[in-house]
Design a protein around this ligand. Structure first.
Ligand SMILES: [Zn+2]
Length: 128
């Protein structure tokens, strides 16, 4: 990495209203460096991931319909397709359920990906 900064969406702003200038720049402790909005409630978790996984250059945190539905089962997604092997290196692991608003989700992501080092993705149980 070249800078210990991250950009994250502001808290409570719907995606359709996001602009480059509404994004919030934070250091890897979650402190705001630039921006006029409050950063996402996930800031501490994303910062934890960046601090503990120096090869990570971006975090896509999504509650997409299918991923969230599968996360509700608490099970990993089995590697049943060739493309899954290509993209994920095996099953998509499921991490523990953790409450939002602290670095707890980030800790769960890092702990899970340490056990599945080939995977670039993790489902968080009952989350997404
Ligand atoms: Zn989330």
């Amino acid at each position: 990495r070249t800078a210990d900064l991250m950009v994250i969406k502001p808290s409570g702003l719907r995606y359709e209203f996001l602009t480059p200038s509404s994004m919030v720049v934070c250091d890897l402790d979650g402190n705001v460096v630039d921006g006029s909005e409050s950063p996402s409630s996930d800031t501490a978790s994303h910062a934890y991931i960046y601090r503990h996984m120096p090869d990570v250059y971006g975090v896509v945190h999504t509650h997409s319909t299918y991923a969230t539905a599968w996360a509700a089962t608490g099970r990993e997604i089995p590697c049943g397709l060739t493309m899954m092997g290509d993209e994920f290196g095996g099953p998509v692991p499921v991490g523990p359920f953790r409450l939002i608003g602290s670095e707890a989700i980030g800790r769960g992501v890092v702990e899970t990906l340490e056990r599945y080092p080939k995977s670039p993705a993790v489902l968080m149980q009952n989350h997404g």
